[in-house]
Design a protein around this ligand. Structure first.
Ligand code: PLP
Length: 267
């Protein structure tokens, strides 16, 4: 049996498993990869709200990275919640030192669906200056793309302009997720150095699920780790997220959880 590709997810720990590294690991495993995880923040949250966030110290992030990286060959990296500037700096120093040649997928997490802010106010500038230029694909929703580019995004044309700007800022590829667009809701925009393409929504997303952004970016990282081209990785991951939404369950008292109870066929 060929060994699975190894995807390293770097982000926050959400003990309810709705988002963050637990959700990432679920998406990676369901798509045939093996997931390692580095935790940047411990959050106390459940399916109804975020109660508390405690960033992990830069020294402990560095040690987690060292331990995993000296042991595994990493085929792709997915980056999610980076709560502090020190955390962004620790990570970008590590990535920038050139130890990795693999694709880096960034989901620029800023707020929880429940409304709570997940990163400090000064993190945005560090993401723009130091993480964006190291990124193979960034997957902002329209609000995040708006923050990163200082634009108001309500239409596809504005999403394309923001995507193009992010490419100029140093990302190789940008996927602006259109779930919250005012017009043509659900249409995603993929921008890269050679142009752009829009992807029509395949299913109406009803806003009652959590973790779809984590799942999408993790699945894309997993497909890139397996050597698939970017367009195919994005489209396959969108199909996976639709399946994850179809397999949702309300296990807690709040928002439904995605990709729950999908069984691996018996050997
Ligand atoms: N908590 C963590 C650790 C996350 O990484 C994220 C999103 O990526 C969230 C919470 C927010 O998830 P949601 O938007 O599904 O509430």
């Amino acid at each position: 049996m060929t060994p699975p590709s190894v995807v390293l997810t770097i982000g926050g720990f959400d003990g309810s498993g709705g988002a963050g590294t637990l959700a990432d690991a679920r998406a990676i495993q369901l798509n045939g990869g093996y997931s390692c995880a580095i935790v940047t923040a411990i959050t106390a949250q459940n399916t109804t709200s975020v109660d508390h966030i405690e960033p992990v110290s830069p020294a402990l992030i560095r040690r987690q990275l060292q331990c995993v990286v000296e042991d595994f060959q990493i085929d792709a990296i997915k980056i999610g919640m980076l709560p502090t500037v020190e955390c962004v700096d620790t990570l970008t120093r590590y990535l920038g030192a050139g130890g990795f040649r693999c694709p880096v997928v960034v989901d620029p997490v800023m707020c929880a669906t429940s409304g709570g802010q997940l990163i400090n106010d000064d993190v945005l500038g560090a993401l723009i200056d130091r993480l964006v230029p190291l990124t193979t694909l960034i997957t902002p929703n329209v609000a995040e793309a708006g923050e990163l580019t200082n634009r108001l995004i309500k239409t596809i044309e504005q999403a394309v302009e923001a995507g193009r700007q992010l490419v100029r800022m140093g990302c190789k590829h940008v996927l602006v997720k259109g779930g919250h667009l005012d017009v043509d809701r659900g249409t995603d925009v993929w921008c890269h150095e050679d142009g752009f393409e829009t992807f029509e929504p395949t299913e109406v997303q009803d806003g009652t699920v959590r973790g779809t952004g984590c799942m999408l970016s993790s699945a894309i990282a997993c497909y890139l780790a397996q050597g698939r081209p970017m367009r195919e990785a994005i489209l396959s991951s969108k199909a996976f997220v639709n399946r994850a939404i179809a397999n949702r369950h309300s296990l807690g008292k709040g928002t439904a959880l995605t990709a729950v109870g999908i069984q691996v066929p018996r050997a």
